[in-house]
Design a protein around this ligand. Structure first.
Ligand SMILES: [Zn+2]
Length: 58
């Protein structure tokens, strides 16, 4: 397998890392309790998913 002969310069490393950004997570409102939840996940507040109780909550 090919091995890089020279280490990448600080400049090249920083150019590459310039595209690493933090993104805000996507949220949607739970149709059951109106709390924000992650899409395609069971609601952490009421445990509902796809209109039914998927996980027991206290
Ligand atoms: Zn909910």
């Amino acid at each position: 397998m090919a091995v890089p002969k020279r280490r990448k310069t600080r400049s090249k490393m920083r150019m590459r890392r310039a595209h690493w950004k933090v993104e805000a997570p996507t949220y949607s409102a739970c149709p059951q309790c109106r709390q924000p939840k992650m899409p395609h996940r069971v609601c952490g507040n009421c445990g509902y998913y796809a209109g039914r109780q998927a996980v027991e909550t206290e």
